[in-house]
Design a protein around this ligand. Structure first.
Ligand code: ADP
Length: 380
């Protein structure tokens, strides 16, 4: 009788999803032992290392999955050995729905043996390259809040922070721990339901800015290939501002990207359009919309001030032959949320700004996935 109770508990707890490794303990093979005595369950679980960042969440999930007879979980975390970590990394890499290497994977000669899953034709992930003509227009803030809004709408979402002029995404998203490296597989940290990788986790900004194109190219390639993204529905790229070599190098590896351009009302529509238009044309990827940021400031009496002028977003959309998808107001709380790692969309989900992001997320999710491919990648 006792034995079957223990077995039932073990089976139930095995289905609990590890909050940082994103898979059930059964898939991970990390549930070692459970013992139930007078309502107290002693549970032994293997974790990547001593700084496992989600102990209390894991305990909460274990308790929720236990039957009524369990009133307390005593959690015993056991560090995996180096070999076990590597084996787990390899297993997780396999569990990502990867497809066979294609012409796209061979484009630049992969640095690892795995193909770039996002370049493959069969990938269901929509890659949203969030771009801007210059820095400081709110591109990273929009990337983060849009990602959280997409996650809130039930989509699986990742962000790749490729803006080497300021790795701001982890801070804005509120990422609290570093990526977990399991052999050659990198598990991205998750915050607000969004998985996130930033080059800033691995090198500092001075170093990255000094990088030449090929080094950045390899770093991005590694992040696309070795990070356990889990085939998300959306991968948002916080692009380097502008349309220089670095931006080119990023989209080169993501031939299925869709470009979204963030602008302020006073940006020169002609100049930004010319640059973005030529990037899109050169890479044969579509510009799918413009997002105008800092469009207006709402005063307490309900009137709107437009300190940065008006109409830049629409002019840019017209010049690019695309649509203006949203106008985001200047909101102090948005800036504070970014500074504190509590995106406004998450901290005030019913507020007016969050609703604007929710509408933007809905609009983007409703756009049909792009079917434009570079000719040279066509398989015959
Ligand atoms: P970029 O990525 O284009 O360089 P950021 O997202 O880092 O720009 O934004 C630059 C600064 O402006 C940040 O301090 C950010 O919090 C602030 N900011 C961006 N958008 C808004 C907004 N709509 N309202 C208030 N502050 C904003």
């Amino acid at each position: 009788m006792k034995r079957s109770v223990d077995q039932a508990l073990f089976a139930a707890l095995n289905e609990v999803v590890d909050p940082v490794l994103f898979h059930s303990l059964r898939t991970l093979g990390t549930l070692r032992e459970t013992k139930l005595r007078r309502g107290v369950a002693e549970v032994h679980i293997g974790v990547p290392g001593p700084d496992y960042p989600a102990e209390s969440e894991l305990r909460r999930r274990l308790l929720a999955a236990s039957g009524e007879e369990v009133s307390e979980i005593v959690l015993n975390l056991v560090d995996l050995t180096e070999d076990e970590r590597s084996a787990l990394g390899a297993k997780l890499a396999e569990s990502t729905p990867m497809t066979a290497p294609s012409a796209a994977g061979r484009d630049h000669g992969p640095t690892t043996e795995r193909p770039n899953p996002f370049a493959d034709r069969s990938s269901a992930t929509r890659v949203l390259a969030i771009s801007s003509g210059k820095g400081g227009v709110g591109k990273s803030s929009i990337t983060v809040n849009l990602a959280v809004a997409l996650a809130q709408a039930g989509h699986s979402v990742g962000i790749l922070d490729a803006d080497i002029y300021g790795f701001s995404v982890p801070g804005m998203l509120g990422v609290r721990y570093l990526p977990i490296v399991l052999g050659t597989t990198i598990i991205p940290p998750v915050a607000q339901g969004v998985r996130c990788i930033s080059i800033g986790f691995f090198v500092d900004e001075e170093q990255a800015i000094a990088w030449r194109g090929p080094m950045l190219h390899r770093a991005i390639e590694q992040f696309l290939v070795d990070v356990h993204w889990g085939a998300p529905e959306f991968l948002l790229i916080d692009m380097p501002p502008g349309t220089g070599d670095i931006a080119l190098s990023v989209v080169q590896q993501l031939p299925r990207s869709e470009i979204y351009v963030v602008t302020t009302p006073q940006d020169s529509a002609e100049r930004v359009a010319k640059r973005m238009g030529s990037l899109a044309k050169q890479m044969k990827i579509p510009v799918r919309g413009v997002i105008e940021n800092m469009s207006y400031l709402e005063t307490p009496d309900g009137s709107r001030l437009t300190p940065f002028g008006e109409g830049g977003g629409q002019r840019l959309a017209n010049a690019l032959g695309t649509e203006l998808l949203a106008t985001i107001p200047l909101v102090e709380q948005l800036r504070i949320g970014s500074d504190e790692g509590a995106p406004i969309v998450a901290s005030d989900p019913e507020g007016a700004t969050a609703l604007i992001f929710a509408a933007l997320a809905h609009r983007i999710a409703g756009l049909a996935p792009t079917r434009i491919f570079r000719k040279e990648l066509t398989l015959s």
